[in-house]
Design a protein around this ligand. Structure first.
Ligand SMILES: [Zn+2]
Length: 158
């Protein structure tokens, strides 16, 4: 068994929705970044790569590479899941915490979890996503940013 940790943070700017786990939550802001800025996918990618000791998201998908400008992070997550499988690991579970003052995850949690599970080709019950606020503190509390922590557990199948 191998555990991996992932973290990501993106700025929030004026927009029409926040993309998390491939699902857009309607909101008056959006996440900004080089790719589609899906912080949940990015944190899970790093958790999976970390568990398999396969490097990190920046090495796999450099933000200096124009190829990844506006890239679909759910597709990058799919690629990483395939890579982890090719390295003879099975994904046991993924858990994540999204820290944001708004939007609230409530009402979107299940569709986000289902979308991630389908992307990783694992049962829905193996993916958990939790929402948390920053109690109004710091850049997250003021609504200028959102961060995600994720952990993944892999089992060697060789
Ligand atoms: Zn990111």
């Amino acid at each position: 068994m191998r555990a991996g940790l992932g973290f990501d943070m993106h700025r929030l700017a004026e927009g029409t929705g926040v993309l998390l786990g491939g699902i857009t939550l309607p909101f008056n802001k959006k996440l900004t970044g080089h790719s589609d800025a899906d912080a949940l996918c990015h944190a899970i990618i790093d958790a999976l790569l970390g568990a398999a000791a396969l490097g990190d998201i920046g090495e796999h998908f450099p933000d200096t590479d124009p190829k990844y400008k506006g890239a679909s992070s759910i597709e990058l997550l799919r690629q990483v899941a395939a890579e982890v499988g090719a390295a003879s690991y099975r994904i046991c579970n993924v858990d994540a915490v999204v820290v944001a003052e708004a939007p609230r995850l409530l009402g979107f949690k299940e569709s986000i979890e289902r979308n991630i599970a389908e992307t990783l080709r694992i049962e829905a019950g193996r993916v958990s996503v939790k929402g948390k606020t920053a109690e109004g503190l710091g850049p997250i509390g003021s609504g200028d940013a959102l961060c995600v922590q994720a952990i993944a557990l892999l089992e060697a199948i060789s």
